[in-house]
Design a protein around this ligand. Structure first.
Ligand code: URA
Length: 217
């Protein structure tokens, strides 16, 4: 195991026992991260939904499946990037976490992930991640596809959250998919520039359901 894997394994063991906020009472268990710790590129979503809570893997449900297709379209696979979330416990009824909940969880866990991972590029999937990394007054429709520097000093780009795309219809959905495609290309290019020898794409897309089984907790 490499040093980052070891540090992340220790962090995962701590995360499993987290009961630092009331969100823990309404979910099966916290959901951590998935992927390659040495990847130059980190994707940050909002928080686990029902399928993620069931399987203990971030972005494995409908949003994750759309993300996987988008990644494949720009030659990236889930095993070669790292995916995580701002909050680790599914809010009851899948509601959007409020700013204070997002802030508390991210300061407790995500900050420690970032300190270990030191990604070259962060892709914020949707407003919750963008607001945590950037400024609370940023608007995803205006900011997506533009580079900004997080307070921790990471190069970040925001794009639409896959669940937003799934809620769109007709032309708006097609347009949003193209926007994400272009944003991901920008992110890929910066990551490849920083780490030209790193392979961002395996031969086949990853089937997360063949890796994760339903949790019994
Ligand atoms: N949406 C997210 O932002 N993250 C997940 O893990 C699942 C859905």
């Amino acid at each position: 195991m490499g040093i980052k894997e070891e540090q992340l394994a220790a962090l995962a063991a701590e995360l499993e026992k987290c009961s630092a906020c009331p969100l823990r009472n309404d979910c099966r268990a916290p959901v951590g991260w998935y992927g390659c710790p040495n990847s130059p590129i980190l994707f940050i979503g909002e928080g686990p939904g029902g399928v993620e809570d069931d399987y203990g893997c971030p972005l494995i449900g409908p949003s994750g499946q759309l993300l996987d297709k988008a990644l494949w379209s720009v030659q990236m696979t889930r095993d070669r990037v790292l995916t995580t979330n701002i909050i680790k416990c599914r809010p009851k009824g899948n509601r959007t976490p409020d700013l204070a909940e997002a802030d508390f969880c991210a300061k407790t866990w995500l900050e420690r992930e970032l300190a270990i991972l030191q990604p070259k590029v962060i892709v914020a999937l949707g407003s919750v991640a963008m607001h945590y990394l950037g400024e609370p007054d940023m608007r995803i429709t205006r900011q997506r596809g533009k580079w900004f520097r997080s307070s921790q000093g990471f190069d970040c780009i925001a794009t639409f959250h896959p669940s937003y795309i799934l809620r769109q219809y007709g032309h708006a959905q097609v347009q949003a998919k193209w926007d994400v495609y272009h944003d991901l290309q920008l992110a890929r290019a910066k990551a490849a520039e920083a780490c030209p020898d790193y392979n961002l794409c395996s031969d086949d897309p990853v089937d997360l359901f063949s890796i994760f089984t339903k949790r019994s907790v």
